[in-house]
Structures are given as structure tokens and as C-alpha cells.
Design a protein around this ligand. Structure first.
Ligand code: SF4
Length: 362
């Protein structure tokens, strides 16, 4: 095991598009939750050295200093590789210099921030509470302590124009940070936007926006469908997922993949405290290979043929489903890598579906 994900489900406000496992921040439940988290970690962590730790949410930075100190002291049980990556997700409005100093003291060396957009009307639409000025001010403050920063950008917001997205992208570029994650807004069920019957933008506009992002962020390394970084700043933690490697998932609603078993913890805090799972199954070898493709082809480099052979004792290019896609020129070999050609990366989901539907016995 190389990685651990820790879920902190508390948020001060609820974003209109959010379908994650989250609860309103409530001082009374934070410490009892951290106690349950500590118990889960103690019972399951096998003391391996980890190369990535990721505290996500929710909004981990919504905890106050005392709560964060408790959380980070619980997590200090994790042993770390020398070149570890340790990330915490933050919201602009709840981040303070004291919190950043605390993160740095506990070895956190990467901050991921939900910026989403710089357009005031869309911030209101998404129910995000920060302003453009605060983004610049807080990111400059963070840079004094931690330079490895990711910012999330949301596009395809209903009503958004290409010009507005372009202006957002220019602001993101002017932040001069090493990593940008982009998300096309999909209106999921059980969200405020879905209840308000808001509809997704057209696919044509979504594609145009994606192309604009590729063009504007061309000084970054586009290494995964939606992720861009300076070279050397690719998210090691997310690469664990895309490389189909195992990882711990701790906390309410967290998913993990440990010793061939994929599991998801209960999404209610009371059930989580009782150690309940909503999903827990052993991954079959067929599913392992399907996941290898579905996750691995999200990377622009694709899948290493050599490591696939080492993992599964098979050359992937001789699999029928792979050959069918190669014949349609939807997969190609480049050096040691089997990959989706760049021109098809936008429609990669449709290509990946063929692995889920395929009847081939790997
Ligand atoms: S901050 Fe994140 S987890 Fe919290 S409501 Fe917004 S999108 Fe959801």
C-alpha cells in the first residue's frame, strides 16, 4: 500500500452542484468524528511507509485550529516515504495563515483549493463564498509556506460563454501555480441544481470549452483528461488511482482498495461509527483488468505495456477488445505505451465503455 485518502465531511456552506458525502460543519460532531476516524486508522493501517496522503472532503480547512491539530496528530501515525506527497483540500474563505503554518509543521506539502471560477455571478450560482481578490490574496499567502498548489476550475456552467471561460483561464494562469484540475459541470441527481431543474450545457459548447482549455493551458503538461501540471508536479496521489494501485480510504463515505478488496464506508456518521460499509467486494481478475483500462486510459500517456505484462502476465495488445479498438484507430501504441490518440481523448468515456460492455474473458 502506498497511499491513504482521509475524508473530512464538513462544509460551512453547501455548493449547489455538490453530490459528495458532506455535512454542515457542527462543532459538536467534529471531535467525536475524529475519534471514530482514529479508531478506524488504528484498526486497519499496517504501518507501511506511504508515498501519498490526501485529506479531502467536504472542506478539511473548515475545521478550526484545535480540530485540525487533533486531525493532523492522528494522521502523524502514518509513516512516510522520503519523497512523499501530502495534500489537504482547502476553501479560500476558511484558509488562514495559522492553518497553513500548522499544515506545514505537520509535513503537508501540497494544497488543493476549490477556486472554481472568478466570475461573481457564477460563484453565486454555485454558492461559493469567496471573491476574486481573496483568491489572489490567499494564494500569495499560501505560497510563502507551500509552493505545490492545485486549483480546481469548473467550466460548462449554464449560461457561461467561451469569453467568460477564457477570462477565467487567464486569471488561473496569472496565479502561477503548478497544477490545475478542470471539471466540466455535470448536474448530478441529489444536488440543489438538479432539484432546481437546471440543465447541462450542450455537448457542442462543452467540447468547444474543452478545446479552449487545451489551447490556453498549453504551457502545462496535460497528463490526464482533466488535469494539467508543470512537469514534475503531476498529482502522485491521483496517479495511484489511475494506475489502478491499492490505497486506504479512511472516513465516512470514503472508498478504499486494500488486499484486492474494494470497499466504501457508510455515508452516515452514525453508521460509519459502527464500522458499516455500503460496499465491500473482492475484485475479480477480469474486473482488475477492466479497471486497469478504464482508469489507465485517462492518462494521456496511457498504459505501460511492460508493467501490464508484469502485473497480469498478458500482453494487452493481443486482447480482442484492445485489437478491435486498435483497428478502429481508437487505441494506438507509442513506445512502451498503449494509449487513446490525443484527438479522441475528449470522447474517451465512450471508448472506455467498450471495456465495461465487452464479454471477453481476460
Ligand atoms: S465545498 Fe466541496 S464538499 Fe463542500 S459542498 Fe462544496 S463541493 Fe461539496
Amino acid at each position: 500500500m502506498k497511499s491513504a485518502y482521509i475524508h473530512i465531511p464538513f462544509c460551512e456552506t453547501i455548493c449547489t452542484y455538490c453530490d459528495f458525502c458532506k455535512f454542515y460543519y457542527d462543532k459538536k460532531i467534529v471531535f467525536p468524528y475524529l475519534k471514530a476516524l482514529e479508531k478506524e486508522i488504528k484498526e486497519n493501517y499496517k504501518e507501511e511507509k506511504l508515498s501519498t496522503i490526501y485529506i479531502g472532503g467536504g472542506t478539511p480547512s473548515s475545521l478550526d485550529l484545535k480540530e485540525l491539530e487533533k486531525l493532523l496528530s492522528i494522521l502523524s501515525v502514518f509513516k512516510k516515504e522520503n519523497t512523499y506527497e501530502y495534500t489537504i483540500e482547502c476553501n479560500i474563505e476558511s484558509i488562514t495563515e495559522e492553518k497553513i503554518k500548522l499544515f506545514s509543521f505537520y509535513g503537508i506539502n501540497r494544497i488543493s483549493i476549490g477556486v472554481q471560477t472568478f466570475q461573481e455571478k457564477y460563484l453565486t450560482f454555485l454558492n461559493r463564498k469567496h471573491t476574486k481578490e481573496e483568491v489572489f490574496q490567499k494564494i500569495n499567502m499560501i505560497k510563502k509556506y507551500i509552493s505545490n498548489i492545485n486549483v480546481d476550475l469548473i467550466y460548462a456552467i449554464p449560461g457561461e460563454t467561451l469569453e467568460e471561460l477564457e477570462s477565467d483561464l487567464e486569471c488561473f494562469l496569472s496565479l502561477k501555480i503548478p497544477h490545475i484540475s478542470t471539471y466540466s459541470l455535470i448536474i448530478e441527481e441529489h444536488t440543489i441544481l438538479h432539484n432546481q431543474k437546471v440543465e447541462n450545457i450542450s455537448e457542442e459548447l462543452d467540447l468547444k470549452m474543452y478545446e479552449l482549455i487545451l489551447q490556453k493551458l498549453n504551457q502545462y503538461h496535460h497528463y490526464e483528461i482533466s488535469n494539467f501540471s508543470l512537469v514534475g508536479y503531476e498529482s502522485k496521489h491521483n496517479l495511484t488511482y489511475w494506475n489502478n494501485e491499492e490505497y486506504y480510504g479512511f472516513g465516512v463515505g470514503a472508498s478504499g482498495y486494500v488486499n484486492g478488496i474494494r470497499y466504501t464506508n457508510a455515508k452516515s456518521i452514525s453508521h460509519y461509527k459502527e464500522n458499516k460499509k455500503i460496499e465491500c467486494y473482492s475484485v475479480s481478475s477480469k474486473e482488475k483488468i477492466e479497471n486497469e483500462f478504464i482508469l489507465g486510459f485517462r492518462k494521456l500517456d496511457g498504459i505501460s505495456i511492460k508493467s501490464f505484462k508484469e502485473k497480469y502476465g498478458l500482453n494487452p495488445i493481443y486482447l480482442k477488445s484492445v485489437q478491435d479498438l486498435m483497428n478502429k484507430k481508437m487505441l494506438e501504441v507509442e513506445g512502451d505505451y498503449l494509449k487513446i490518440p490525443d484527438k479522441y481523448i475528449y470522447v474517451s468515456n465512450e471508448i472506455l465503455i467498450s471495456f465495461i460492455d465487452c464479454q471477453e474473458d481476460f
